[in-house]
Each structure stands twice: as structure tokens, then as C-alpha cells.
Write a protein that binds this ligand. Structure first.
Ligand code: MN
Length: 613
């Protein structure tokens, strides 16, 4: 028996109080206990000392009343008809309150969660751990609990649908007494009692948990696909940190919210991380729907995190917190999140203390000491510009490297993704060359990659704000290869037809000017000379017009295409314009903002590809 031996500092008598789960074994003969009178008879009254322990105090015609609190002495514990009877006697303190209370906890040796096994079904055990989620089902309340070894679930039954232990909250450290049982194939504790630990025990356990979770979250393999890439090597520590944060969120029972740009690059990035996270979620949760409850992936139309998106995301997150006892999510922005345009949304999320990771390759503005403006608003920022690289290393490639660190098992599944991302984003650099070789090893020629990228964009146009998980997985080659080919053919045919229709309307209306400095500028009014509200949208249409002209004139020529609508413009230019003419769309936008503040100019993207509103 364990009692807290807080030696009394005064002369007050000591009275013990059993915690609700205490059993007869926890009683000490001769000691005083506080209880409540539950039944009064002519021969005495019954006093309840815990949920299951009660005793009889024999006295003739007692004056005591049901519900009265009383202090009694344990006189004798003796077997009676196969059970143990507790005989009580009056204590000296009896009804007074002038005594020192000491709580007695049921003394069951703690079982570590990893030691719970099907071999011990039906056994009564005690576990201690931190509550990481509380779910109210239509039946019991389910507490997800972890200690330093593992996670398990405890069901608390009362009336179906009634929240048990309303005083307990996520993050509380508790002791759970109960029986080991099985629920849909997983171990679950049928709890008899759940109580908070006292402060010392709580702190000790918290420390153990922190240490072990931290270790478990550490990515095992942080290699990158292109070891010789200087930029990747420089970004590696940050990618590893991002991987650890994501693994940690899974272990902490926090949901992960991925937002990515709705183009081929962004979707490759989002799906790569999704492929890495989902298997870990299935492993770590007893909730069959964990992969839906704890992971969300949504495309963003703009190449930045919009206020419109963050407001939705925050509302859902706060609702989940309120309704399902979920912790606030970890926000992961891919191919999105690095620019000045992201500040509004990210500072909005920061108000709620939402942790965020950005993996992007859009121009982040001025870099100083490896930091840019957005570093003030996010926790981890991965961007090639921060280490002397540029947007040619795509977000898709970076996210594939990240995914491999989160879960090395997916590496072999997504090796061709950086190739798709590069072709989709028209990226060119030594890393891209290597990624294209790797994709070729996986059976994807450049043409194949182009097809996949085009089809991803085509589907994304129609999916709008849906993530299209199943269809995208097929297009990206994660599932049935035959079906992939069939689908690509169907979509390509449709996409080509629509692009052709757009080009037919646009090409004859392109106005070309030649500047003295040798630049060829093509202008197009997409409002007048392109079909509206159809695929390809103005941005893509400009891309196709530009590509067609560049194809004829040569990639090494300084060619710029500017398409404008009533309140927007889209710019595409060859790399020469950036390299030899020092052109950067983002700087142009900043200048316009300074010089014509009343225009409310906004936008951005890459140096030579982006939009202006
Ligand atoms: Mn991109």
C-alpha cells in the first residue's frame, strides 16, 4: 500500500481519503478514513470510501443520515461469503473538519503502454500518460494517451454519448486503471478510473515522454537525391528540421494541413508529402479514419497563401478543436508561402499560435543572413534563394526530398516527381538535369513528364479547390500504370483540343514589338482574344502563346510575352531576360506599388513568370 507520507507539521489528526479507484487492499486497519453515508439501517449504516469500497459501522438505531460526510476508523477486514467485509468504527474526529487529509491512490504498478499485449486481454492494469486527444463517440468517450513508449486508447463508459471526466483536457497527465481489451483489432483499455497525476509524477512522466518523442521524431535518413547539389546540401538541415516537425506532429496527435499551389509543381509537392505522411498516420492511430481526420491537403489557386484560404483553414481548425478535441494543426505550405503576398495570411495564422513550415521556390525578396521577410512569420522556411540558389530548383523537388526524410519508404514511389515538377515549371539547372535522368530511370521520358504535368494542370483546373487525391495519384503514376496511361491519353486529347482552340483565337492577335536593346515583346489582350472561363485559363494561355513563339524563335533569344486582361496581366519571358537584362517581375511590382500606389498593384511569382493584379 502506498500513502503519501506528508508528515503532519501540526498536531492535527490525519485522515485518509481514498481516490475513486481504490480497492480494499488499499485500506489500512486502524487508520481513519473519510467517507459518505450511503445507507442507514436499524443495525447501523454503510459508508462508501471509494467507488467500490464500503464498510458497515454497526450501531443500534443510528441518527446518521444518508449523504452525510463522516470520518471512520477501519476496525476489521474479514472474509464473508467469498467477499471481504469491512467493519468500521467511529473515529475521534468523526464529523469535524479540523483534520489533515491525505489522498490514497490505488497502488497498481504502472504498465508501460508498449507492454500492453493481446496475451494479457482481460487483465487489470494501470497506465500513466499524457492525453493527446479526447473523442466523444456515440458510445464511450475515447481518450488517446501516450507514455514514453507508445500510444494507446482508453474507453470510458457511462451513458452512451455522455462525455466522461469533463474535468480532463488534452495535455493532462493521468493514470488510467482498467482492463486490457480489444477494439477493432487494436488494444484498448476499458477504463475503470482516470485521474490526474500529482505534480511530481506528472513532471517526471512529461520529461520521459518529451525525450522519447523527440528521439522518435528525428528523421532516420536525411540523404538527398542529388548528393552533389550544393543548394540541396545547404538546405538539407532545414529540410531535416521540417521533416522532424512533421513527424513530431504525427506523434503528438496534431493534424497536418498542407496547402500548395494548384499547378503541376505544387501538386507534386503536396502529393509527395501526403504519400509520406499517410502511412505513418495509419500506424500511429486507432482511428480508422485518421488519414482523413489528421491530414488535409488543399490546393490554392494563387501562388501564395491567400487570406481567403487562411480564414477557411483557421475556422475549420478552431471548430475541430472545439468539437473533436483536436490540437491546432501544423501548417505546411508548399510551392507557396515565401513571398510578401503571404505575410497577411501567415501573420493571421500566427495570432492563433499555429506552427508553420514553408517549402517554396518563389522569390522571397531580399535575403539577409539566410533570412527573408517571411521568416518573421513562419517557423521553418526552406527556399533555395536563402542559400544562394533560385527558383529553378522547384518546390516539387524540395518537397520530394522532404517526403523522403519524413518516411524513407516512399522514396522509391516518388522518384519521378521532381522531373514532373521541373517540366511543369519550365525549370532548368544542373539539378533538374539530374532529376530528369532519375525520372528516365523510372521509365519517364521528357515527353512523358510533360504529358503528366499537362494532365495534372488540366485536372487541377476542373478540380478547383478539391485536392483530387484519387485521380491525381493515378495521373502521377502512384497506382495502376495501365490506367495511368489510359487516363493520360484521354486527358491529353482533351487538353490539346482546348489549347488549340485558345491558340486559334489568340495567336493572330499577338502584337509584336522589337526594342532597341534586342528584346522582342509580344502583347496579347486575353480578355478580347481568348475564350473566357475555360481551360486553359489566361495564365496558362499566355504560357502556351509564349512557348509557341519561343519554339519558333529559339530559347536563347530575349523574348517576353505580356498578356493583359481588364485588371490583371500575365508575364512570361525567357531566362535571358532575367540573366542579361536583370529583369525581375517581383521588383517591377514593387516599383509599380511605389509609383502608382492608388493602383493597388499586387501579384508576383518567379522572376520571369508570374502575374500582376
Ligand atoms: Mn512552382
Amino acid at each position: 500500500m502506498k500513502k503519501k507520507q506528508n508528515a503532519s507539521t501540526n498536531d492535527k489528526p490525519i485522515v485518509y481519503v481514498l481516490s475513486p479507484s481504490c480497492q480494499i487492499e488499499d485500506l489500512e486497519i486502524g487508520s481513519d478514513y473519510e467517507g459518505v453515508i450511503t445507507r442507514v439501517e436499524k443495525y447501523g449504516f454503510f459508508v462508501s470510501l471509494s467507488k467500490s469500497v464500503y464498510g458497515l459501522l454497526r450501531t443500534r438505531n443510528p441518527k446518521e443520515k444518508v449523504g452525510d460526510k463522516i470520518v471512520v476508523k477501519i476496525a476489521e477486514i474479514k472474509p464473508h461469503k467469498g467477499k471481504m467485509d469491512v467493519d468500521l468504527g467511529y473515529s475521534k474526529t468523526k464529523y469535524g473538519n479540523d483534520y489533515e487529509k491525505i489522498t490514497v491512490k490505488r497502488n497498481v504498478k504502472r504498465t508501460k503502454i508498449s507492454d500492453l499485449s493481446e496475451d494479457n486481454l482481460g487483465r487489470n492494469i494501470a497506465i500513466q500518460g499524457e492525453i493527446i486527444q479526447i473523442q466523444q463517440t456515440s458510445g464511450p468517450t475515447i481518450f488517446t494517451v501516450r507514455d514514453e513508449t507508445d500510444v494507446t486508447w482508453a474507453a470510458a463508459f457511462n451513458e452512451p454519448g455522455v462525455r466522461m471526466y469533463p474535468e480532463l483536457e488534452v495535455d493532462d497527465v493521468v493514470e488510467i486503471l482498467g482492463e486490457i481489451s480489444l477494439h477493432s483489432g487494436k488494444i484498448q483499455i476499458e477504463s475503470e478510473s482516470i485521474e490526474k497525476l500529482d505534480e511530481d509524477d506528472e513532471n517526471n512522466l512529461r520529461e520521459l515522454i518529451e525525450e522519447s518523442i523527440n528521439q522518435k521524431a528525428e528523421p532516420k535518413d536525411t540523404s538527398v537525391m542529388i548528393e552533389e547539389s550544393e543548394v540541396l546540401q545547404k538546405l538539407r538541415p532545414k529540410l531535416a528540421k521540417a521533416a522532424k516537425t512533421i513527424r513530431r506532429a504525427i506523434l503528438d496527435g496534431r493534424s497536418i494541413l498542407v496547402r500548395h499551389h494548384a499547378d503541376a509543381d505544387g501538386i507534386c509537392a503536396g502529393v509527395a508529402v501526403e504519400q509520406a505522411v499517410l502511412p505513418l498516420l495509419r500506424e500511429e492511430s486507432n482511428d480508422a479514419d485518421a488519414e482523413w481526420h489528421f491530414f488535409k491537403r488543399s490546393p490554392s489557386k494563387a501562388p501564395f497563401y491567400e487570406l481567403e484560404d487562411v480564414v477557411k483553414d483557421l475556422s475549420y481548425a478552431l471548430e475541430d478543436q472545439e468539437r473533436h478535441g483536436q490540437k491546432l494543426p501544423l501548417l505546411v505550405l508548399l510551392d507557396n508561402g515565401s513571398t510578401e503576398e503571404d505575410v497577411a495570411a501567415l501573420s493571421h495564422a500566427k495570432v492563433y499560435g499555429i506552427e508553420s513550415i514553408v517549402v517554396d521556390h518563389h522569390y522571397p525578396g531580399e535575403v539577409e543572413n539566410g533570412r527573408s521577410l517571411i521568416d518573421n512569420y513562419v517557423d521553418i522556411h526552406v527556399n533555395p534563394y536563402l542559400v544562394g540558389g533560385d527558383s529553378q530548383l522547384t518546390a516539387g523537388a524540395l518537397a520530394v526530398e522532404l517526403a523522403g526524410m519524413i518516411n524513407p519508404d516512399v522514396r522509391s514511389e516518388i522518384r519521378h516527381f521532381p522531373g514532373i515538377a521541373a517540366v511543369g515549371d519550365h525549370a532548368e539547372c544542373s539539378e533538374v538535369d539530374r532529376y530528369l535522368e532519375i525520372a528516365a530511370e523510372e521509365g519517364y521520358s521528357r515527353d512523358d513528364l510533360d504529358k503528366v504535368a499537362t494532365c495534372v494542370d488540366f485536372e487541377a483546373y476542373f478540380l478547383r479547390f478539391m485536392n483530387g487525391r484519387g485521380v491525381m495519384n493515378t495521373i502521377l503514376g502512384l497506382e495502376d500504370k495501365e490506367r495511368q496511361e489510359e487516363l493520360l491519353n484521354v486527358l491529353m486529347k482533351e487538353s490539346d483540343k482546348r489549347i488549340e482552340t485558345q491558340l486559334k483565337a489568340a495567336m493572330p492577335n499577338v502584337q509584336t514589338e522589337y526594342f532597341d536593346n534586342g528584346i522582342q515583346l509580344n502583347r496579347l489582350d486575353v480578355e478580347k482574344y481568348a475564350h473566357k472561363f475555360t481551360y486553359p485559363a489566361p495564365g496558362k494561355t499566355t504560357g502556351y502563346v509564349h512557348d509557341k513563339i519561343v519554339q519558333e524563335k529559339g530559347e536563347d533569344k530575349p523574348i517576353m510575352t505580356l498578356a493583359n486582361g481588364p485588371d490583371f496581366a500575365v508575364i512570361r519571358a525567357t531566362e535571358v531576360i532575367k540573366n542579361d537584362f536583370d529583369f525581375n517581375l517581383n521588383n517591377v511590382i514593387t516599383k509599380i506599388q511605389e509609383e502608382i500606389p492608388q493602383a493597388g498593384a499586387d501579384g508576383g511569382g518567379h522572376e520571369v513568370a508570374g502575374s500582376l493584379k
